[in-house]
Design a protein around this ligand. Structure first.
Ligand SMILES: [Fe+2]
Length: 296
């Protein structure tokens, strides 16, 4: 009798990548198989390039562990990590390429954590009484320029000191700086708010440590977030940036597009102020959100 047992070959530094990729060969979902294959090949390539020590690898695991542990219902450290690594911006840019002609998209960011309160056009989203009123007006349009009635516009922003409601629940009621609006029969939406400040992304967690260790500043230029959704159209997730804001040229999350920078113009017109229900003078910004029809 001869021993016919197969002696397996060692998995070596040279063969481990193919061995892992081969292990996914039976994945029923082809997209998942492609994704895992690419992630493993690139991750292994990075490891081969830097040849981490065991201690460095353990530090990396610890960093990711702490990133997860820092997440809670109002804090999303993994989105923040994706943002500061430029992955969020890259994903947005790739997907926007497929809807050319629409308003440029930019990152969701980590503060879209809570559902925005439903509000009527003309309502204020400044529940604490800011120093200077600001009116934001806009429309939701097709790429042909046709207004879309009944489109939903989700808005969220930081206050004049650079804080979102979820960051300072002792100073801002839940829903401050947030609103869910529906466009009128001419595709219009409008609301009252304050001009947001630039702000640092949260630096008290692992992502802040990464920025500190790499001598990067944590600041984002002043902006207001929007998501516009209309039936039969691709939703657009975007911001408007405040012209002249600090950090427009060095956004910590790589999200600035020149097409999204808006003047928040000073307006001194008691008639307009009365129409919008704000004190005179006030500031005014305008954004038309152009959405592309879902392909055929
Ligand atoms: Fe933001």
């Amino acid at each position: 009798m001869t021993d016919t047992a197969v002696v397996p070959e060692d998995v070596t530094e040279e063969t481990v990548t193919d061995a892992v990729v081969d292990s996914f060969a039976g994945t029923p979902d082809g997209r998942l198989r492609d994704l895992l294959t690419a992630v493993v090949r690139h991750l292994h390539a990075a490891v081969r390039e830097v040849e981490p020590t065991i201690a460095e690898w353990e530090a990396a695991i610890d960093f990711l562990t702490r990133t997860g542990q820092t997440c809670d219902p109002t804090r999303q450290e993994f989105v923040l990590l994706s943002d500061v690594l430029g992955v969020s911006a890259l994903v947005e840019n790739i997907n926007h390429r497929k809807v050319a002609g629409a308003t440029e998209a930019t990152v969701l960011g980590p503060f879209h954590m809570t559902e925005s309160p439903v509000r009527a056009n003309g309502d204020t989203i400044d529940l604490v009484g800011g120093r200077e009123p600001c009116v934001v007006t806009g429309r939701v349009l097709t790429t042909a320029g046709t207004p879309i009635p009944g489109a939903v516009v989700d808005v969220w922003q930081a206050d004049e000191d650079g804080f979102y409601d979820v960051q300072v629940p002792d100073r801002q009621p839940a829903g401050n700086g947030r609103g869910l609006f529906t466009t009128d029969d001419q595709g219009r939406f409008w609301f009252t708010t304050v001009v947001p400040s630039y702000y640092p992304i949260p630096t008290d967690g692992p992502v802040g440590q990464l920025l500190g260790a790499t001598a990067r500043h944590p600041n984002r230029p002043a902006h207001i977030h929007f998501i516009a959704e209309a039936p039969g159209h691709v939703p657009v997730t975007t911001h408007i940036f405040v012209a002249g804001s600090a950090y427009l040229d060095s956004d910590a999350v790589f999200a600035v597009k020149r097409s999204l920078v808006r003047d928040f113009e000073p307006v001194d017109d008691p008639g307009s102020a009365a129409r919008f229900g704000v004190a005179n003078p006030f500031r005014h910004a305008e954004i038309d959100l152009v959405v592309q029809a879902v392909a055929g």
